[in-house]
Design a protein around this ligand. Structure first.
Ligand SMILES: Cc1cc2nc3c(=O)[nH]c(=O)nc-3n(C[C@H](O)[C@H](O)[C@H](O)COP(=O)(O)OP(=O)(O)OC[C@H]3O[C@@H](n4cnc5c(N)ncnc54)[C@H](O)[C@@H]3O)c2cc1C
Length: 385
């Protein structure tokens, strides 16, 4: 279906992003999967193109382009021609927005230019081994020691965990208040900040998902982001845009899975004719096509609402829910249509399948999306009972 949200400038931009992804990212993807992380230089190369934190003001090195369509194009082309494990969007659109929204001028001057150039890779550490969906249950503790904060605890499943130079860490600042959480900027090399092993995963093998440990890390007072007990509110605010990013990635991956499968069923012969000549195959792909067009429209509309500052938490949750569920359905049916080839690593569809599974879990499991949407309907057990 023709998409109507892009103009000529966006299409030109898409062409240059596509060329970049085809030349600088895609050819390295297999090696990155084997080594378990993306080359640090990839961030510097994309930074040189001006494609990181495009929204950042010019004084920090950015383009001041606050138009989510550019970020959407970057993610779509990264997934189609680059590598899904290259988390340029986590860097630009999930972590850096915390600096944009809650950092003071001094912090922006210190951290944004390196993030824009790609010299400094970003991560965000909220999840702990005993607190994921229930974020208010985190145990990592930051104690106010007068002239500094002392950080103790650990985090797990942290994307960019090994490469990251700057990590925004959620830590409890008020043990008596369940939502008494602060956000702290932790830098590579700070004494007491250690990384655990790179975690072995089902998919996204090029992503350096890792554990992080904090043992009496002495944080200067100026490394606190915003107010010391407002971190939970800040995370809630930023998670809406993060969920839209997941939706953009999920529908983009589903479109790729569909396209390569459509090509496959036209080529692959069975019973003396192409697979696509079988009515079941035709109906399967026809139904997926209709669903993909519908969800793509919804995601595009959310992007435009995001540009207008009117994307609610419920709508971004709906987008994440619909796109990631459809991604799961599409990759599963597309593996089936590939037959045994679909189970083989050399066929891209098998990697799209394993990479897709996490979309329904991270950035808030889809059950949490249902809670957010359900509560917005007034169906909140805390208020109804
Ligand atoms: C590859 C990967 C990358 C990640 N990257 C990051 C990162 O960069 N930073 C970060 O902080 N975290 C990251 N995470 C963590 C991710 O956000 C959490 O795994 C996710 O929020 C789920 O939390 P959990 O694993 O603790 O599951 P749990 O909270 O234990 O939940 C397990 C399951 O229980 C069900 N469930 C939970 N609560 C409810 C409820 N209220 N109602 C109904 N059902 C419920 C859901 O099915 C859920 O999947 C990443 C995870 C993965 C796998």
């Amino acid at each position: 279906m023709q998409r109507t949200i892009f103009d000529a400038d966006h299409e030109l931009f898409r062409d240059s992003v596509r060329r970049f992804m085809q030349k600088e990212i895609g050819p390295h993807a297999e090696r990155w999967r084997e080594q378990g992380y993306v080359d640090r230089e990839a961030y510097q190369k994309i930074g040189e193109q001006g494609f990181l934190l495009m929204w950042a003001d010019e004084q920090y090195g950015g383009s001041g382009l606050r138009d989510l369509r550019y970020e959407q194009i970057l993610q779509e082309e990264n997934i189609r021609h680059g590598d899904a494990a290259f988390y340029q969007n986590l860097h630009s659109m999930v972590v850096a927005p915390y600096l944009d929204k809650f950092a003071n001028e001094e912090q922006k001057r210190k951290y944004l230019p390196g993030a824009v150039s790609g010299e400094s890779v970003l991560a965000i550490a909220m999840t702990e081994s005993n607190a994921g969906s229930d974020l208010a249950g985190i145990k990592t503790r930051a104690e106010d020691k007068g002239d500094h904060w002392q950080l103790n605890g650990s985090k797990t499943y942290i994307s960019n965990g090994i490469l990251a130079d700057v990590v925004i860490v959620a830590a409890r600042t008020d043990p008596d208040n369940r939502h008494g959480i602060g956000l702290f900027i932790v830098e590579r090399g700070m004494p007491g900040f250690e990384r655990g092993l790179k975690l072995k995963k089902m998919g996204l093998h090029g992503q350096d998902t890792a554990e992080l440990f904090f043992d009496n890390v002495r944080l200067p007072k100026e490394n606190l982001l915003g107010e010391p007990t407002k971190g939970f509110v800040y995370m809630t605010q930023c998670l809406a845009i993060e969920r839209l990013q997941v939706a953009i990635g999920s529908i983009a991956a589903a479109q790729v899975a569909f396209d390569i499968t459509l090509e496959f069923v036209k080529q692959r012969q069975a019973f003396g004719k192409p697979l696509g000549a079988l009515q079941h195959v035709r109906f399967t792909l026809a139904e997926l096509r209709a669903k993909l067009d519908t969800v793509q429209c919804f995601v595009d509309q959310c992007v435009m609402l995001g540009n207008a500052g009117r994307l609610s938490s419920e709508l971004s949750s709906e987008a994440k829910l619909l796109a990631s569920e459809l991604e799961g359905q599409v990759v599963d049916q597309c593996v089936q249509l590939h037959g045994g080839a679909g189970y083989m690593d050399e066929y891209r569809i098998s990697r799209l399948y394993t990479d897709a599974r996490v979309s329904r879990i991270f950035a808030g499991a889809n059950e949490i999306m249902l809670e957010i949407i359900g509560r917005s309907l007034g169906l909140d057990e805390r208020k109804l009972t």
